[in-house]
Structure formats: structure tokens, C-alpha cells
Design a protein around this ligand. Structure first.
Ligand code: BGC
Length: 742
């Protein structure tokens, strides 16, 4: 029997970690930690970029000065470096090898924005799983993905890496990626640790310029920018990464509110928080630290466990502990997190990668899944007179445009390891799959998207003249999006619009397929085209996916994960905006103002004279070759009590001629609250497949708690009152049903 004193002793031991059963992970961590010198602890907190087998690197590993290596991708080298860590360093702590495996390692899936356009979490999970299988085969056990930054600015190059503008959609897709990367068990040799990044608010950078300042009131941070990170943590994300930006003046790598208060205290996150590349050091450039020592101290205090290529920790923590400026306890807390990740990955038991004889890359399964992702991630924006799918009466097509046959560009940004020689381009796929059915006349017209040389246009026009339909592949080269690849003007680059105008002049039906890393301002191009298919950068299998969609072997089912502005001046533009006190009504456009109108009132409402108040295409928008009818929405009760769940449902009927998938979107609006609330908020979605004439019920269950929001006193709750609910095909259509929360 326990005596009271013994019980208290046991409690103290357990709380301090000393009472952990020795064979539990926590017990093993404590045991190892107790044997580590301060220098070895600091070594674990140091992440270096791969230098292959450079002597300097080997020596540092041997003396326990490195905890992790990024960007080493050769299995032999990885094993050799690991051998040095395990066999030649004093404590034999294995290294963890990391890499940016963002939308594929070798087999490249669509950019994350394109995957989000599928509104199918299985697509994202598949992509991450294939990436994990491929990357782990060379010894990479940690990826710096998913990026779950809410991105409402298409000028920002990194919007390509995001799941778009919405907290709910990003939460679901991000969590699916975490699941795919990490598999069923992190210790499985094919699982790789995921990293939710960039914590936080990076997507709010002013003017969409990378690394720029962000101003985010805490309410908005919690309502909009943090839920996707919380969802990633709840899905078991093994690590988080800081962001480069300052948030309300405090850079993320020194941000105690984010990293200590929210991540550790509120969310109880026990994974690794890694800095971004030299982001600790960059606190000096931000102007909040006077030197590297100061930066190391601030980052440690903020709970940043690992310094990615910043050399702040290795050079300064020792002295900071000695001088009493930081305590060894703070260092221990970080080292525990790092060791925990290594134990969870099973690296202490299986530190090496099996060097396989057979290539695990570009398997039939991987390519099929990548193709399906590109099919589901393409969004049909316009289809006048059902020009698509190309009918069997069509005898010839002209394949035009700089993106029609550009193996590298279709892969998009962040493809360190993807090999463009495996890309199947639209031209190649149309030739191989439909070459027997139609005559193909190929003429690029422009050699690359920014090409300003119009010499090729006349050849493209004569190709168009010889064909029944023109397939025009335009957009952006991969280099125009991604990190530090931001644009102030997001219109179609080069002479692409001029080429489209010339193609249109031929009188032939023109189908424009846009491959890009972001929403482009394409109002003119949409007008000039008979059909528009927005494909983002679709990856290795973009070509076969697009060929199937164009020729009707597959039916488009993607929906926009982000609002498309008409013009750049509308940014920020997103569906979940507030009502304002003077919402737009009967907007008088600039060209309609009578000459000499003087200072006449135009209604005094909220809109731009030259753009109106509507986007070009709203969030959630996407057409199909079929059509769908939604029945009126039913709610399980018109009066919901607090802490109660309720259901919202409707029937969807395929009223068209094609078997097709539809994404039913469930939105709510809080009509009166103590704070102005968005005009709509996505709370659920379902992608269902329907045969022609078939109807299915879609039902969403939601708890009253999910109707809530953050209040000024930093509490979250749902307020009683009237709400509206929609189940609709996009964020702007549908009839709402009103209900109340008691
Ligand atoms: C990016 C991160 C990336 C890291 C490592 C940084 O520049 O912001 O997203 O994971 O580099 O490559």
C-alpha cells in the first residue's frame, strides 16, 4: 500500500519526467538526456544542410554537434552519415534527414493549390503517401510540409504551395496530407514526419510580397490563420515550422504568444518546432535582436527547438547558459522534443535506410494517383455551347501555346527531386491517347509564357485555321510562382493574350487551358475563349489528365479553392468577407457614369468603380459537363440548443448527361453577433458521384460549438441568435435556410 509521502514523491517524480517507466519513450528520453553534455544537447538543436561526405560535416556529426541534416538525398551518403552518428558519436543518437517534399518527391502531384481544387482529401492523402514512399526509400524521414498558411493574396508566389483562402478547406486538406506523410505509424520505415508550416500568418504578408510584414489582430489570427495549424496538430503532425514574417512586429521565431502560449500551452503540442531557414538569425535583420546571441536567447525563450541553418544556437547557447541568461531547463525542453521525434520515427531501432535495388519511383500506382489528382484538381470555368468535351465529330485539333509541351513547367514550384523527363505533357498525351481519333496540328506560337516575340504567332494561327477546335495551353512557367517569386501584376505574361486574340480571330472554337501557380487575372482571356479549364500546375501526369478531361474520358469536378479577382486592385478579395455597413448595391460602373456628372452620389456603397464588388470567379466555383440540381435545405431542428449537434441536408440530382462528381458545400452565416461576422463560412463539404438522373442526399452534422468564433477577451464561443445555412455549389449561390441557436 502507498503511504501518503510515497504518493507525493511518485507524483513529483512523474511530473518531473523522472518517474516515467524506463522503457516508455518518455523514460528513454529522460535517460538519454541525463547522459548528455550541454554541448551534445545544443548539437541536437542544430540542423545543417547536406554537404555530402565533407570532412567537416563528418567531424561535426562525430562530435555530436548536429541533430538533423536537410537536403541530403543520396541513400548511400545518408547511411554513411548515419553510421557516423550512430557508431562514432559518444551517445550514438541518430540523425534525422529532412527535405522539402512538398507535392511529390519523384512522382509530382499537382501543386497543393491544385490538389485543394479537388476538394477531395483522399487526393491529398494519396499524394502525401506516394511522396512518403518515394522519399523514405532514400532515407528522408522528415518533410517540411504541409504548408497550411491561409493564402488570400494571389500575388504571393507561395499561394501555389497552399490550399487557398479558407480555414476549413485548408484544415481538411492539410490534415489529409499529414495522414498521408505519416502513414499509420510514424515508426514505419515508409512514414515521414510532417511539418505544419509556416507558423503563422505568413500568407498575410503585405502586398503579397514574400517575407513581408504581417499585421494580424489576435482575433483574426485565431479565427482565420490558426485553425488549419490546430487541425494539423490534431491530425498528429510531428513538427511545426516557424515563419519568416513578423506578426504585429514580433518575428515568428521569437514569438512567445504563438509558440509558447498557443502551440505548447493551449494545444499541448509535444513535437518539434523548427525555425525556418536562418529565421532565428534573421531576427537581427528584422531589427528586434542586436546580435546572434540575442537572437538565440529570444528564439529559445519562444520555444524554437531546432535552428535550421542559422548557427545561432551552436554558437551561443553554451555561453548563454553559462552566464545564466538562459537555463539548461529550457534547452532540455527542446531536446526532449527532438529526441521524442527520433524515437517516434523508430530511428533508434532502425537508423538506416535499406538501399533498394529496384526503383520505387514513378510506379504504375503512383502515376495513376498523380493523374487522378490532376483530373480532380482542374476546374472548368467556362464551357459555351458545350464545346467541351471534344465531340467525336471533331476531326482535327490544333494544340497551341507555350504550356502545351513544357515538361518542367507543368511540375510547378518546389520540385527539388522531380525529374521532368518523366512528365507527360498535354501534347504527348493527346497524341498517344487520341492520336487515332483526331488529326493533331501542333504549333506552340510562343516558346515560353513570358515570350514577347510575336514571330511564332502567325504559324500558330495557320495551324488553328486547319483545325476544327483550338486547344490553347497558356499560363505561367513554374519559375513565376513559389518562394520569393511574387508578382505585382498577375495577368497572363508575355504575348499570350495577343496570341489568344489572334486564335480567336480565326473563328474556330478556342478552348483555353491555363496552367499556373496562382489565380491569374484572366477576364479578357475568359471572354475570348469558348471554354476555359484551369489546371494549375498539374505535375508529372498533367498531360494525360488534361487530355482525358478535354476529350471526355473524364469529367471536370474541381472547384476553386481561392477567389479569382477580376483585377489585381481588388486584392484582398475572399468570399468570407464582412457585410460592411454599406454593402454594394446597384453598383454604377465607371463607364456608365454620365459625362459631366460632377460629384453626384453613385449610391455610396462598398465597391470599386472599375471592378464592381464581385470577383471574376468565386471561391468554390467550378462547372461540370453535367448539371446538378439542389433541393431546398432541411435542418433537423429550427431551434438548436447549446452543445447540441444538428444536421443540415439536401438532395442533389444529376440533371445532365454525364456521370459526374459534384462538391456540395455547406456554409453558415451568423446573422447578428457581438462582432460582425463573415457573410458566409464554409463548415463542411462532400464530393459525391452521380449517374445521369441519379439523386443522392448529402447530410452534414455539425455541433453548435462550430458556429462559434473568437471574442475580444480571447474566448471562443457560439452566440445565441439567428443563423443561415446553405448547401450550394459555390460560395455565392444557393438559398439559405434560417435557424436559431438558443
Ligand atoms: C522555406 C521553407 C523550407 C525551408 C527549407 C525556406 O526558405 O521557407 O518552407 O522548408 O526553406 O528548404
Amino acid at each position: 500500500m502507498y503511504k501518503k509521502g510515497m504518493l507525493i514523491f511518485a507524483v513529483i517524480m512523474t511530473l518531473s519526467g523522472c518517474g516515467k517507466p524506463k522503457d516508455s519513450v518518455e523514460g528513454k528520453i529522460e535517460k538519454l538526456l541525463s547522459q548528455m553534455t550541454l554541448q551534445e544537447k545544443i548539437g541536437q538543436m542544430n540542423q545543417l544542410t547536406g554537404l555530402g561526405l565533407a570532412e567537416d560535416m563528418q567531424n561535426q556529426i562525430k562530435s555530436g554537434k548536429v541533430g538533423s541534416i536537410l537536403n541530403e538525398t543520396d541513400a548511400k551518403t545518408i547511411n554513411e552519415l548515419q553510421r557516423i552518428a550512430v557508431k562514432e558519436s559518444r551517445l550514438g543518437i541518430p540523425l534525422i534527414f529532412g527535405r522539402d517534399v512538398i507535392h511529390g518527391f519523384k512522382t509530382i502531384f499537382p501543386i497543393p493549390l491544385g490538389q485543394a481544387a479537388s476538394w477531395n482529401p483522399q487526393i491529398a492523402e494519396n499524394g502525401a503517401r506516394i511522396a512518403a514512399l518515394e522519399a523514405s526509400s532514400v532515407g528522408i524521414r522528415w518533410t517540411f510540409a504541409p504548408m497550411v498558411d491561409i493564402s488570400r493574396d494571389p500575388r504571393w508566389g507561395r499561394i501555389a504551395e497552399s490550399c487557398g483562402e479558407d480555414p476549413y478547406l485548408t484544415s481538411i486538406m492539410g490534415a489529409a496530407m499529414v495522414k498521408g506523410f505519416q502513414g499509420n505509424k510514424l515508426s514505419d520505415a515508409t512514414s515521414i514526419a510532417s511539418c505544419a508550416k509556416h507558423f503563422a500568418g505568413y500568407g498575410a504578408s503585405e502586398s503579397g510580397k514574400d517575407y513581408n510584414t504581417t499585421w494580424i489582430p489576435e482575433l483574426q489570427l485565431r479565427d482565420v490563420y490558426l485553425p488549419s495549424f490546430k487541425a494539423a496538430a490534431d491530425a498528429g503532425a510531428a513538427s511545426f515550422m516557424c515563419s519568416f514574417n513578423d506578426i504585429n512586429g514580433v518575428p515568428s521565431s521569437g514569438n512567445e504568444l504563438l509558440n509558447q502560449q498557443i502551440l505548447r500551452k493551449e494545444w499541448k503540442f509535444d513535437g518539434v518546432l523548427v525555425s525556418d531557414w536562418a529565421s532565428i538569425e534573421q531576427m537581427i535583420t528584422h531589427g528586434v535582436c542586436s546580435n546572434l546571441k540575442d537572437a538565440a536567447q529570444k528564439a529559445l525563450k519562444a520555444g524554437v527547438d531546432m535552428d535550421m541553418m542559422g548557427f545561432a544556437y551552436t554558437g551561443n547557447l553554451n555561453e548563454l547558459v553559462k552566464s545564466g541568461a538562459v537555463s539548461e531547463k529550457q534547452i532540455d525542453a527542446s531536446v526532449r522534443n527532438i529526441l521524442r521525434l527520433k524515437f517516434r520515427l523508430g530511428l533508434f531501432d532502425n537508423p538506416y535506410v535499406k538501399e533498394s535495388e529496384t526503383s520505387p519511383f514513378y510506379t504504375v500506382d503512383a502515376l495513376a494517383k498523380a493523374k487522378q489528382a490532376a483530373v480532380e484538381g482542374s476546374v472548368l470555368l467556362k464551357n459555351t455551347n458545350n464545346v467541351l468535351p471534344i465531340s467525336s465529330d471533331i476531326k482535327s485539333v490544333a494544340v497551341i501555346g507555350p504550356l502545351s509541351d513544357s515538361p518542367t513547367d507543368q511540375l510547378g514550384t518546389w520540385i527539388f527531386d522531380g525529374d521532368a523527363s518523366h512528365s507527360v505533357t498535354p501534347l504527348a498525351a493527346i497524341r498517344s491517347t487520341f492520336g487515332n481519333q483526331v488529326k493533331i496540328i501542333a504549333e506552340k506560337g510562343l516558346t515560353y509564357s513570358r515570350d514577347n516575340n510575336s514571330e511564332g504567332i502567325s504559324k500558330a494561327v495557320s495551324a488553328a485555321r486547319q483545325a476544327d477546335v483550338v486547344l490553347y495551353f497558356a499560363g505561367e512557367e513554374a519559375i513565376l510562382s513559389g518562394e520569393a517569386h511574387c508578382r505585382a501584376d498577375i495577368s497572363m505574361p508575355g504575348k499570350q493574350t495577343e496570341l489568344l486574340a489572334a486564335l480567336k480571330q480565326t473563328g474556330k472554337p478556342v478552348v483555353t487551358i491555363i496552367m499556373a501557380g496562382r489565380p491569374l487575372t484572366i477576364e479578357k482571356e475568359v471572354e475570348m475563349s469558348d471554354a476555359v479549364l484551369y489546371a494549375f500546375h498539374g505535375g508529372t501526369m498533367a498531360g494525360p489528365a488534361l487530355a482525358d478531361l478535354l476529350f471526355g474520358k473524364a469529367v471536370p469536378s474541381g472547384k476553386l479553392p481561392v477567389t479569382f479577382p477580376r483585377m489585381v486592385g481588388q486584392i484582398p478579395i475572399y468570399y468570407a468577407h464582412k457585410m460592411t455597413g454599406r454593402p454594394a448595391k446597384d453598383a454604377v460602373m465607371m463607364n456608365d457614369i454620365p459625362v459631366g456628372a460632377g460629384q453626384t452620389s453613385l449610391g455610396n456603397t462598398s465597391y470599386h468603380l472599375d471592378a464592381g464588388d464581385k470577383p471574376l470567379f468565386p471561391f468554390g466555383f467550378g462547372l461540370s459537363y453535367s448539371t446538378f440540381q439542389y433541393s431546398p435545405v432541411k435542418i433537423s431542428s429550427n431551434e438548436i440548443s447549446k452543445n447540441e449537434s444538428f444536421t443540415v441536408e439536401c438532395n442533389i440530382t444529376n440533371t445532365g448527361k454525364y456521370e459526374a462528381a459534384e462538391v456540395a458545400q455547406f456554409y453558415i452565416r451568423d446573422l447578428v453577433a457581438t462582432l460582425a461576422r463573415p457573410v458566409r463560412e464554409l463548415k463542411g463539404f462532400q464530393k459525391i458521384s452521380l449517374k445521369p438522373g441519379e439523386s443522392k442526399a448529402v447530410k452534414f452534422e455539425i455541433s453548435s460549438n462550430e458556429l462559434g468564433f473568437w471574442h475580444q477577451d480571447n474566448t471562443y464561443s457560439a452566440e445565441p441568435g439567428e443563423f443561415q445555412a446553405w448547401i450550394s455549389k459555390d460560395s455565392q449561390s444557393g438559398d439559405p435556410k434560417t435557424f436559431s441557436l438558443k
